[in-house]
Design a binder for this molecule. Structure first.
Ligand code: DLL
Length: 435
């Protein structure tokens, strides 16, 4: 059987896991009640006291936490420790707009390393490996999370970050990388550029690939595995809870093990908000169990998945979540950046000479995502000079870029040409077919 990083934790019996989870949950609830005014207020509103958590099932009495809570308390309102105990900060999108802040104490950073060390070990990596990490190092959690895990294991990490794709390939060859980390779309792009450069990615001698941060399909995985001639494993995580490493796929490639000593997972019906029976598909809700800097209670991830408590062939006992197949809100991940249609709408509202009718079209023409925003021009503008149209288009492009951090294609269309709807307008057309 393949190596397990922390056999004591990852091989615990269900009974032991649940006992540990209850204790950690009680501590977390008490901690948030006493140290996070936002939670104290929320608990008081429903008359809940930390002593009310007697059994694991009592978690259902606790209120949910949403992205809005985090935005309301921006930037430091969710911290349970004084700011000088926070040694690192990350953010959901390293752009403008309203980011979500995540703060880590020294012990949180250590936990993060532990989680990713477990994950990299699941993929078969050990201290002999040379891992090229193409995730961005910065406010995005991808780069550093993987980095801390690599350090824990003691393998050699190449912190190249995203971009400079031709150089990435050169480095892979020169430094003899044995493992790669990327987002699925960037991975496919690397493979394409490698071929253009006359390098056969199959011959790089890779042992394993870790990929995540955005939705993908089994067909994409097959394509990645075939292109690099190496197995590819799914990494899941989110800034609010830590970053990558919340759950990682093992050698069996049949779902991702959630580190249940650090996170308590639930699946709810996003409409009724009721907890669903074991195995049912719904929205993943996560509670942090050991986090010091920013403990989070019942975070609504909006990610759609299901949980599988069956025994896994790898020997680990932690529950597995299935690959994410959708979202219960309209968040899009484009080029790894979280984008909400409301951000684009906000940017459009700043522009004159356009009507409040728009459509966001997301495509993946080759490998990289593209967004086109179609917006109706006013009659006056539409029959005006071309020069003026170009000016407005550029201005709208700037407003959107300022809001989401990505340059999009703006197309001004004739007044009244976009489809009208009687119910909820269909604002987003995602042609990438990622489900
Ligand atoms: O994407 C953390 C991460 C970095 C995970 C690197 C894996 C590798 P955020 O930018 O906060 O954090 O985005 C979190 O991305 O709620 C999902 O919707 C989506 N997501 C993350 N991992 C996966 C995955 C990082 N493996 C949001 N499959 C999450 C599908 C994913 N979607």
């Amino acid at each position: 059987m393949a190596t397990i990083w922390n056999k004591d934790a990852e091989g615990m019996s269900r009974e032991d896991i649940e006992e540990l989870q209850l204790k950690s949950l009680q501590t977390t609830v008490k901690n948030t009640y006493e140290n996070v005014p936002h939670y104290n207020k929320k608990f008081n509103e429903i008359g809940l006291y930390p002593e009310d958590i007697q059994y694991l099932k009592d978690i259902e009495k606790l209120p949910f936490t949403t992205k809005e809570d985090l935005r309301e308390t921006f930037p430091y309102g969710m911290f349970a420790v004084s700011p000088n105990n926070i040694i690192e900060i990350h953010s959901s999108s390293g752009t403008t707009g309203k980011p979500v802040v995540s703060g880590y104490t020294r012990s949180d950073i250590d936990s993060w390393g532990e989680l990713m060390a477990r994950g990299l070990t699941m993929m078969g990596m050990d201290e002999d490996d040379i891992l090229q990490n193409t995730h961005g190092y910065g406010l995005f959690t991808g780069g550093f999370g993987v980095h801390y895990g690599a350090h824990k294991i003691g393998l050699t990490i190449i912190p190249i970050s995203t971009g400079q794709t031709r150089r990435q390939i050169e480095i892979m060859e020169d430094f003899k990388a044995t493992a790669l980390i990327f987002t699925p779309s960037y991975g496919l792009y690397i493979a394409e550029v490698a071929k253009e450069e006359g390098v056969n990615p199959k011959k790089l001698g890779l042992k394993a690939i870790g990929f995540g941060a955005e939705m993908w399909t089994e067909e994409m995985r097959k394509k990645i595995e075939k292109s690099f001639n190496a197995p590819a494993y799914n990494i899941y995580g989110l800034t609010e809870l830590m970053g990558p490493g919340v759950a990682v796929e093992c050698s069996q490639q049949k779902g991702l093990h959630i580190s249940e000593d650090y996170f308590f997972p639930e699946i709810i019906d996003p409409k009724t908000q009721k907890t669903l029976d074991e195995g049912k598909k719904g929205e993943l809700v996560l509670t942090s169990l050991k986090r010091e800097g920013m403990p989070i209670i019942r975070f609504r991830t909006k990610d759609i998945t299901s949980l599988d408590y069956d025994k896994c062939g790898c020997g680990r006992t932690f529950v597995r979540m299935k690959r994410i197949t959708g979202r219960s809100d309209d968040m899009l991940k484009v080029k790894g950046v979280a984008v909400f249609p409301s951000q684009i709408e906000k940017a459009l509202l700043k522009a004159n000479d356009i009507e409040p009718h728009y459509q966001i079209i997301v495509t993946r023409p080759n490998i990289m995502d593209e967004i086109e925003v179609k917006v109706e021009a006013t009659e006056h503008l539409f029959f005006d000079e071309v020069k003026e149209m170009i000016n407005i288009k550029n201005k709208i492009g700037d407003y959107i870029e300022n809001e989401i951090g990505l340059r999009v294609k703006v197309t001004l269309v004739e007044p009244k040409s976009l489809p009208r709807s009687e119910g909820k307008a269909i604002r987003v057309i995602d042609k990438r077919n990622l489900h």
